[in-house]
Design a protein around this ligand. Structure first.
Ligand code: GAL
Length: 368
């Protein structure tokens, strides 16, 4: 997707016209779209709770940002689908029935949700795909550069396996949910780094991104490959890295191979500190969530100039071409980069990470 994301000359042009005073630079009222004031309701549909990012970061940040952008008059109506596509379809229908003004949708199943997106569209409610590219007639998309996430994971795994890494080294791939288009992009990005460099001995897609499913698949992989023959594990996120580590320990592995992750979850970061997990990927939730809130609010308030400025990338979904999008950058989180990522961005304080259990490991890497 990164490769097809392009800037759009048209919106740049509009911006420079605004700068010349030809158009109203604030965008207020200078639009053909139906405009609303600050008294708006943003519907927010998030996919699951097993991963802590959604309730710890995405929801509260979006809520605060919507309040800030609407002088505390706008509100967020939130529902979490607990990894069930059927539940999410009901939640989406409820929001349409309640006539929310705009919907931010992080789909459990990007394909199955399309009829719901169609219904919202027919009811005049714009839908902005959040984090995962929902199918159907969406008005915008905010996410991270997901292929880059996979590349960073693959590259860092090879680095951890050392300079002697070769095609006789067996790794296991624990990919995300097959209903999440991000999972496919993470996998493709990782494969672009790993193919031809190591032996991918077993590869699994993980239903619902569930750590317990990753744990069960890892137990199968250990039985097939042998516990002493696994030189590395690509785990697509931190939750699943936790499941993989449980399975390895249960099989009696004492010296863990390098294992990847994603999301900079607190326990993932602590495992990176202690050396149980080699890396995670830090994705700036404040940047993604704040952009989503701004895009939703400018869309519904008809501030087209700002909306264009916020969505200068273009992305194609299987059903919809050239979706106005914003893709936020990511970076690798290893022992060396904890300070420059999650600490610098105030996601966690040193005290959150360096609890009694991790004090010695923190001291060893100079985290204080
Ligand atoms: C992905 C998301 C990741 C992770 C995963 C499991 O779509 O980009 O950050 O949270 O889902 O929920």
């Amino acid at each position: 997707m990164r490769r097809i994301a392009i800037s759009v000359a048209a919106s740049t042009m509009t911006l420079s016209l605004a700068g010349c005073g030809v158009l109203n630079a604030t965008g207020d009222g200078a639009s053909a779209s139906p405009t609303k004031g600050n008294d708006i309701t943003v519907g927010l549909l998030l996919p699951e709770k097993a991963n802590t990012r959604y309730e710890k970061f995405d929801y509260p940040i979006i809520k605060d940002k919507v309040a800030e952008l609407t002088k505390k008059q706008g509100k967020v109506e939130y529902a979490n689908a607990d990894a069930s596509a059927a539940r999410q379809a009901e939640q989406l229908q409820n929001m349409i029935d309640e006539k929310v003004d705009v919907i931010l949708l992080d789909a459990v199943d990007a394909h199955l949700v399309a009829p719901g997106v169609e219904k919202a569209k027919s009811a005049g409610i714009p839908v902005i795909a959040y984090d995962r590219l929902a199918e159907g007639p969406i008005d915008g998309y905010v996410s991270f550069d997901n292929e880059l996430v996979g590349e960073v994971q693959g590259r860092t795994l090879l680095e951890a396996m050392g300079p002697g890494v070769g095609t006789s080294d067996k790794i296991v791939m624990m990919n995300g949910s097959p209903t999440d288009p991000n999972a496919k992009q993470f996998k493709e990005g990782a494969l672009s780094e790993l193919n031809g460099k190591v032996d991918i001995a077993q590869s699994y897609d993980t239903t619902g991104w569930k750590p317990e499913n990753a744990e069960a698949n890892m137990a199968k992989a250990i039985a097939l490959i042998g516990k002493g023959n696994i030189a590395g594990v690509y785990a697509a996120n931190d939750g699943m890295a936790g499941g993989v580590i449980k399975a390895l320990k249960a099989a009696g592995v004492t010296s863990l191979p390098p294992i990847t992750g994603q999301d900079a979850e607190l326990d993932g970061v602590q495992r990176v500190v202690s050396g149980e997990q080699y890396m995670s990927v830090y994705k700036s939730y404040p940047d993604e969530a704040a952009a989503a809130a701004q895009i939703a609010v400018t869309k519904i308030q008809g501030k087209d100039i700002q909306f264009d400025a916020l969505t200068q990338d273009r992305v194609d979904s299987p059903t919809t071409k050239q979706v106005p999008s914003r893709l936020v950058q990511v970076s690798a989180l290893t022992r060396k980069t904890i300070k420059d990522t999650v600490i610098a961005d105030h996601i966690y304080g040193v005290d959150d990470i360096c609890t009694t259990r991790y004090k010695a490991s923190c001291a060893a890497i100079g985290l204080k």
